[in-house]
Design a protein around this ligand. Structure first.
Ligand SMILES: Cc1cc2nc3c(=O)[nH]c(=O)nc-3n(C[C@H](O)[C@H](O)[C@H](O)COP(=O)(O)OP(=O)(O)OC[C@H]3O[C@@H](n4cnc5c(N)ncnc54)[C@H](O)[C@@H]3O)c2cc1C
Length: 461
């Protein structure tokens, strides 16, 4: 009897437990369902859709090379899978676990009509399995990471299945092109095409190219001008590579660089644990006192709308913020240090609700991830369970100097190409602002005072 393998953010052949176990059991049909209904406001945004198109193309080719296929269906996932099962006579469906709230719902519904075999595929440790001495869930990263490390090693890596048995007949599949995942009018993806190679082979090529940098990761990871982070995030998000594969590749390294990098992979696990405990983490403040915070609302306040637009377009007059926002628009990715600076700027300098930023990143990042995006926005805002304090307000101009961002700024803000250091970090202050580059939309000191005054209103309430 043929089985189904439901693929989501696990678009790879190697170390794919669902695929591995199905292939061992017999013929199977691998299916991807484009479900824009179940995630509601978290249906994939533009940059993710671009990535998804290329990732599915690559996976389909790899399956075809082994005599199999990728079946594409569009609609509410549970309904489509139930239909496909009826068409093909399959009663068993294999899937890797995903923890977004809409996938947890789908799992419950699907298990009512099919023999659903769930596998642990995309995280170092099974989300929810790392518990405190009293059996509770960790809320704070540092003790969580200590407990994760105490449980290491993670599971073994699985090989790609050697052969993939085809079913007696293939069901119909949508044509990928009919999903219109790629932008056309206008085609804004040129920068992304230049910046990325997509797919399982590309993920491994990227890991290989970056391998020489892992030992220096702790020194260099905060420097946006230096290309020394792994840039594996979209590959990890779409599951073209698993953290287990990365971990086994580096596990024998003794360097601080690897230990720090391992800590980032644990942050990724931590984010999944956060959404398991707080499924609405992307839409609700964890700290309820922030529900009273006097945010400036772009929907009702023209000045806030103008500031929000300037932030999105990278025209705030703060070079490091503008470079980050333009890198995001061009490439679908932003360096982590700059994500923190731009997020902090939106929330604290512009007093705009972190959820507006979360939505913009969701649409524009090709690594947009429900758990990691929410966890990091709430961390920056000071509204989360494990958070930076709201009152710690990053000064973008000194961050820019401290982390040596001059080359990064010149790359992404062409108006500032000819400006030397230190002026490039703050051309307006030094009287070097070129005519085409905007003045600061808000002065740093006044913005800081406004943010602290706003914070006081909820602390007194
Ligand atoms: C406001 C904000 C929003 C963010 N949104 C996302 C998002 O939607 N998706 C996403 O994958 N990351 C997000 N991050 C975390 C981080 O910025 C990216 O994971 C990282 O920049 C990706 O680049 P890299 O692969 O070179 O990372 P590296 O520095 O090479 O790290 C390796 C991997 O570890 C994981 N990782 C690293 N830092 C974090 C972190 N802080 N939280 C969770 N996982 C981490 C990622 O999977 C990353 O690929 C966000 C950070 C901020 C401040």
């Amino acid at each position: 009897m043929t089985q189904l393998v439901w693929l989501r953010r696990d678009l790879r052949l190697a170390d794919n437990p669902a695929l591995y176990h199905a292939a061992k059991a017999g013929p199977f049909i691998a299916v991807y369902v484009l479900d824009d209904e179940s995630p509601k406001h978290h249906a994939y945004g533009g940059a993710s859709r671009w990535w998804l198109h290329h990732s599915l193309t690559s996976l389909a080719k790899s399956l075809e090379a082994k005599g199999s296929r990728l079946i594409l269906r569009r609609g509410e996932a549970v309904a489509e899978l139930t239909k496909l099962a009826a068409e093909t006579g399959a009663t068993t469906i294999h899937a890797n676990c995903h923890y977004e709230p809409w996938w947890l719902n789908a799992k419950r519904k699907l298990a009512k009509s099919l023999d659903l075999r769930l596998h642990h595929g995309n995280y170092l440790m099974v989300p929810g399995s790392i518990t405190t001495g009293t059996g509770g869930q960790y809320k704070i990263y540092t003790p969580f990471s200590r407990a994760v490390r105490a449980e290491f090693p993670p599971r073994d890596e699985l090989p790609a299945p050697e052969s993939l048995a085809a079913p007696a007949s293939w069901p119909a599949s949508d044509a990928l092109a009919s999903w219109n995942l790629l932008p056309s009018k206008p085609d804004w993806a040129g920068g992304m095409r230049d910046f990325w190679q997509v797919g399982e082979d590309a993920a491994h090529a990227r890991l290989e190219a970056w391998e020489a940098d892992v030992d220096g990761y702790d020194d260099k990871r905060n420097l946006p001008s230096v290309d020394k982070v792994s840039r594996l995030s979209p590959h990890l998000h779409f599951g073209e590579i698993s953290p287990i594969q990365i971990w086994h590749r580096f596990k024998d390294r003794q360097s601080e660089g690897w230990r720090t990098y391992e800590g980032e992979l644990i942050w990724r696990d931590y984010s999944q644990n956060a959404i398991l405990q707080f499924p609405a983490y992307a839409t609700q403040n964890y700290r309820a006192d922030f529900d009273r915070f006097p945010w400036r609302d772009p929907a009702n306040d023209p000045a806030a709308a103008r500031d929000f637009k300037a932030w999105k377009e990278g025209r705030t007059g703060y070079p490091i913020v503008d470079a980050g926002m333009r890198q995001l628009w061009q490439t679908g990715w932003m360096h982590n240090r700059v994500r923190m600076i731009t997020a902090s700027f939106l929330i604290k300098h512009l007093l705009i609700d972190w959820r507006e930023g979360e939505k913009w990143f969701w649409d524009t990042l090709c690594d947009a991830d429900y758990a990691s995006n929410a966890t990091n926005w709430q961390w920056t805002a000071g509204t989360g369970v494990d958070s930076n304090m709201f009152s710690r307000i990053m000064a973008p101009l000194s961050q820019s100097e401290k982390f040596d961002a001059a080359r990064y700024i010149r790359t992404y803000v062409p108006e500032l190409k000819g400006i030397d250091e230190p002026y490039v970090h703050d051309p307006e202050e030094f009287g070097r602002r070129p005519a085409g580059y905007p003045r600061k939309i808000v002065p740093h000191k006044a913005a800081r005072e406004r943010a602290l005054a706003a914070l006081k209103t909820i602390k007194q309430g």
